[in-house]
Design a protein around this ligand. Structure first.
Ligand SMILES: *[C@@H]1O[C@H](CO)[C@@H](O)[C@H](O)[C@H]1NC(C)=O
Ligand SMILES: *[C@@H]1O[C@H](CO)[C@@H](O)[C@H](O)[C@H]1NC(C)=O
Ligand SMILES: *[C@@H]1O[C@H](CO)[C@@H](O)[C@H](O)[C@H]1NC(C)=O
Ligand SMILES: *[C@@H]1O[C@H](CO)[C@@H](O)[C@H](O)[C@H]1NC(C)=O
Ligand SMILES: *[C@@H]1O[C@H](CO)[C@@H](O)[C@H](O)[C@H]1NC(C)=O
Ligand SMILES: *[C@@H]1O[C@H](CO)[C@@H](O)[C@H](O)[C@H]1NC(C)=O
Length: 739
């Protein structure tokens, strides 16, 4: 008993009493890197370093990769391999590298910072070229064709460490980046303008951009606008500690803009910005945008239903977590830009309202307008209204994960309902797959992508290939959007609530939802197994275990699903009590064998109202013939503590548990027993004794401490008034400090 108490103390003190069911949204299943159930494709080579940009061809058969000193085209048309098609080596000249090094820059390579389709046949690429950016236009089919490398100091980034964004529309490059050797000039510009179009830049106006970090840009054809997303320093002049507060922004420029004739010549007449607020109620904001992607509506829907999904982190600690996802609608963004504005008053150093009575502010096509209009436009670029997320709530927040990049996708479930699925990369190197349900987000699974925590620069979704490409310094990864074969039976398939997966009653397999077949069973919204699965086994074969009196047995039980609630029950279905039993956080049941505890134990998992028995153990005392009993048999060698090497990667095979054949089941279970139950006979007796002794000493010390305190207190009380009545306060202090 003391030993058991020792274990208990140990668990409480060192491991804490963690109840996994308490945490908020957590991945249901986790796949470690190298798992055979989630096979990652990878392309790496000695010349592929610091992947910075990814671009997929329109047929999604070729992936272009911008990296350090090289540009690659990879054949990704085969599902089982990624092969090199073409490679362009593009290094800075040695003179330029030298100049760069002299200026003590660290990134003196040529980092491909922009990679876009210039037209249907050619690519446009920018390289930082050791802080002397160059641009090239090359045929996509042959990267080594004779090319001109052109200086591009106003349109291309100088540094590999600062984020930038660029997009080519009709052969014109819209780019937002920091330029200059010190990266101190912020530009939002149009380069390679064609025909009568002028190249355009930002006017130099106070408060236009304040130390911006450019995140992303997108073309909204229905509006004739480019939307740019970035973060910058806010107007609040810092907190108590003088730290400036970051704000997230959406900005617009119109593609038909051509600059004013007198005022705003060769400058944007359509630039405007609005604040994006990712916030729950009155909570602190998730103020730092990390990544944002567009989700276009279906063709039959209005383009105004376009949504933007962004991941945000917070500069200050927010009670609801480390990072959050918010969705913004184009309708709300349009409303902010067509509403009222603010003008910055330089003399008063404050913002004053600028009503948009004639509706000119934030409009496209102003470049032909009068100087008085353009003068107003020039000063009024900040909208009065902020853009709130849809329904003014977060879609998801995580207290454990710092999300950094995302991709978003829509999938149709068997019942015809469309679900939004988010793929979120965590800073720790995992990919979370999340489906947004009516009741809230559900993390279907997490897959470990990187060995080391790192921030991947980009993530790109290929719908037709059903994969994600992730660029990192380790290479380019290909991750399947789903793989239903990891779910061995109907119950598991339905509980996964993966819109891509359904149980086919015909083939008796969890299969990808491709066409609507009447034999497919799925319930994404509720995961109701009893409704969907006709046949399911919720019993497991009994595993017999013989143990000696006072031996500590450990009965293992693991569920792949981290959302399942595990309980241990007797055969009469009543719960195993707290004492003398211990239930470890990994699900195992631990107890000393006695006459009272020889019994049958069932480990039951419950998820979404569905109960199944994962394992059943019958623990018995050995039947030892009296004649063979010798005194030595009663010695402590039998009070060995039984331990089990629980291998996380090899949970008890549910496929086998749920197999139809009883016989096969029993034998597998015995096999499992051999591996997991039969027990390395390592003795923990001495450790246990040590813990107990330690505990007794610890109690004794506490007792001694209080006795000393008590005596001290008495002495103070007694001595003070008599011997040093005047200096009582000082002595009081001494006594108090001792206390
Ligand atoms: C899906 O998983 C199975 C194993 O469960 C594996 O054999 C197969 O290759 C995987 N398919 C893909 C596309 O990753
Ligand atoms: C390039 O990748 C290496 C690791 O492979 C990393 O240490 C280095 O900081 C990266 N350089 C830049 C400029 O991102
Ligand atoms: C794409 O642009 C390149 C470079 O300007 C040009 O040579 C090529 O003909 C263009 N292709 C098409 C299809 O317009
Ligand atoms: C701009 O204004 C001029 C004269 O005011 C007019 O001739 C021209 O068509 C206008 N252009 C556009 C694009 O509205
Ligand atoms: C169920 O069995 C356990 C152990 O055999 C016993 O302690 C408990 O009282 C039983 N519960 C009921 C409701 O019979
Ligand atoms: C599942 O469906 C059955 C039958 O419709 C219903 O009785 C049961 O309450 C449902 N379970 C849950 C957890 O919703």
């Amino acid at each position: 008993m003391a030993a058991l108490f020792g274990i208990w103390m140990f668990k409480v003190i060192f491991l804490g009493l963690i109840d996994p069911s308490q945490a908020s949204v957590r991945p249901r299943v986790s796949f470690a890197r190298g798992s055979s159930e989630r096979v990652l494709g990878i392309y790496s080579s000695s010349t592929l370093k610091n992947t910075s940009t990814l671009l997929l061809s329109t047929d999604e058969d070729t992936l272009f990769v911008g990296a350090r000193d090289a540009l690659f085209s990879l054949d990704v048309s085969q599902s089982d391999s990624i092969t090199l098609k073409d490679e362009l080596k593009w290094t800075p000249s040695s003179d330029q590298t030298k100049t760069c090094r002299v200026a003590s820059k660290l990134d003196c390579g040529n980092f491909i910072s922009i990679l876009q389709f210039f037209n249907s046949t050619h690519l446009y690429a920018c390289g930082t070229n050791a802080y002397k950016p160059q641009a090239i236009i090359i045929p996509a089919s042959s990267l080594n064709a004779n090319i001109d490398k052109k200086d591009a100091k106003n349109c291309c980034p100088f540094s590999s460490t600062q984020r930038n964004t660029a997009i080519i529309v009709d052969g014109e490059l819209y780019t937002a980046t920091n330029v200059g050797f010190f990266g101190d000039k912020n530009v939002i510009s149009r380069c390679h303008s064609r025909g009568t179009h002028n190249n355009l830049e930002l006017e130099t106006v106070p408060k236009l951009l304040q130390e911006p970090v450019f995140i992303s840009s997108t073309h909204v054809a229905s509006e004739g606008k480019i939307l740019l997303f970035f973060t910058e320093n806010g107007d609040l002049s810092g907190d108590y500690f003088g730290n400036s507060f970051t704000v997230s922004r959406v900005a617009q420029v119109c593609t038909d803009d051509n600059g004013g004739t007198l005022t705003l010549q060769r400058r944007w007449t359509s630039f405007a910005k609005a604040q994006l607020v990712c916030q729950q109620g009155e909570d602190l904001q998730f103020n730092k945008l990390q990544d944002i992607v567009k989700l276009s509506p279906s063709d039959s829907d209005s383009p105004d239903k376009t949504l933007f999904y962004g991941v945000f982190t917070s500069q200050r600690s927010v009670s609801s977590g480390l990072s959050a996802v918010c969705a913004f609608s184009l309708t709300d963004i349009k409303a902010a830009f067509s509403g009222n504005y603010k003008t910055f008053d330089l003399r008063g150093n404050h913002w004053s309202p600028q009503p948009n009575t004639d509706g000119k502010l934030g409009k496209c096509g102003l470049f032909n307008d009068t100087d008085s209009v353009l003068n107003r436009v020039k000063k009024s670029f900040l909208t009065e209204n902020v853009v709130h997320p849809m329904d003014k709530t977060l879609l998801l927040s995580s207290a454990e994960e710092q999300y950094t990049r995302l991709a978003v996708h829509r999938a149709q479930a068997v019942d015809g309902q469309t679900y939004t699925i988010l793929y979120l990369l965590t800073e720790s190197g995992f990919l979370h797959k999340v489906v947004l349900l009516a009741e809230g987000p559900h993390i279907i699974e997490e897959i470990q992508i990187f060995k080391q925590p790192q921030i991947a620069k980009n993530i790109l979704l290929s719908k037709s290939k059903s994969v994600l490409f992730i660029g990192s310094s380790e290479g380019v990864f290909r991750v399947p959007l789903s793989n239903c074969s990891a779910y061995p039976n109907c119950a598991e398939c339905v509980l996964a609530r993966d819109p891509f997966c359904a149980w086919d009653t015909e083939t008796r397999a969890c299969t990808a939802v491709s066409e609507t077949k009447s034999t497919l069973r799925q319930d994404v919204e509720r995961g109701n197994v009893t409704e969907q699965c006709i046949e399911f086994r919720n019993t497991a074969a009994v595993l017999f275990k013989t143990a000696h009196l006072n031996e500590i047995v450990v009965l293992p039980c693991q569920s792949k699903s981290k959302l399942a609630k595990m309980t241990w029950r007797f055969s009469n279905n009543s719960l195993v009590p707290q004492f003398p039993y211990l239930q470890w956080t990994d699900g195992s049941l631990v107890f000393p064998v006695s006459l009272e505890t020889t019994n049958t134990y069932r480990c039951v998992s419950e998820e979404l109202g569905f109960q199944q028995t994962i394992a059943t153990f019958s623990v018995n005392l050995p039947v030892v013939p009296r004649s063979r009993m010798s005194p030595s048999h009663q010695q402590p060698e039998h009070i060995d503590f039984t331990t089990i090497e629980l291998d996380e990667s090899e949970p008890i095979n549910e496929e086998k548990i749920n197999d139809r054949s009883e016989e096969k089941q029993a034998s597998t279970y015995h096999d499992a027993g051999k591996d997991t139950l039969c027990i390395s006979q390592k003795s923990y007796y001495s450790e246990m004794v040590a813990v107990c002794i330690f505990f007794v000493i610890f109690c004794f010390c506490i007792l001694a401490f209080f006795v000393v305190l008590w005596r001290n207190g008495k002495r103070c009380n007694k001595i003070l008034p008599q011997e040093q009545p005047q200096k009582g306060t000082e002595s009081d202090k001494i006594c108090q400090t001792e206390l």
